[in-house]
Design a protein around this ligand. Structure first.
Ligand code: ZN
Length: 158
């Protein structure tokens, strides 16, 4: 039964309300995450709590339990002069900025002569998310994983 501090291996399909597949993972390349560490959106984490290996669930996650409501205040025009002169600014580039005391990730939307249009919303902000999940594995996390707050599955270490 999945509980806080378990490492969960799962396959999933994520669709938007229009039925378009936005993301997926299967048994070949599953998602491993540390349960209860906010590694996945809250609405999905709540739905998975208590499932066992082989468990399947379809869950609809509203924006407030997903990637948040779309915030128009996070769409900004920034003078080109605020960026390093030698930086090659292109759409889809991301950068972090300090905002109201927290680190906010912005994505470059477009570049207009001397202004850069950026958006600090998550690309899935404001969207209702439809997940179909299958639990493929559950194990206890190691001490190291717990101290880092994420899974060490051999593909990364830091
Ligand atoms: Zn780590």
């Amino acid at each position: 039964m999945i509980k806080k501090n378990d490492v969960v291996t799962m396959g999933y399909t994520l669709k938007n309300s229009g039925g378009e597949v936005l993301d997926s993972a299967d048994a070949k390349e599953p998602l491993n995450y540390l349960h209860g560490a906010k590694n996945i959106v809250p609405g999905l984490e709540e739905a998975i709590e208590g499932l066992a290996i082989g468990g399947k669930v379809d869950v609809t996650v509203p924006p407030e339990k997903g990637y948040g409501e779309d915030d128009p205040g996070l769409r900004l025009k920034i003078p080109r002069a605020n960026f390093p002169a030698d930086a090659d600014i292109k759409p889809d580039m991301q950068f972090a900025s300090e905002m109201d005391g927290h680190r906010q990730i912005f994505t470059v939307i477009s570049v207009e002569n001397d202004e850069i249009n950026v958006d600090g919303n998550h690309p899935l902000a404001g969207q209702t998310l439809h997940f179909s999940v299958e639990i493929l594995g559950v194990r206890g996390a190691t001490e190291e994983e717990l101290s880092h707050g994420h899974v060490h599955d051999g593909t990364h270490h830091h």
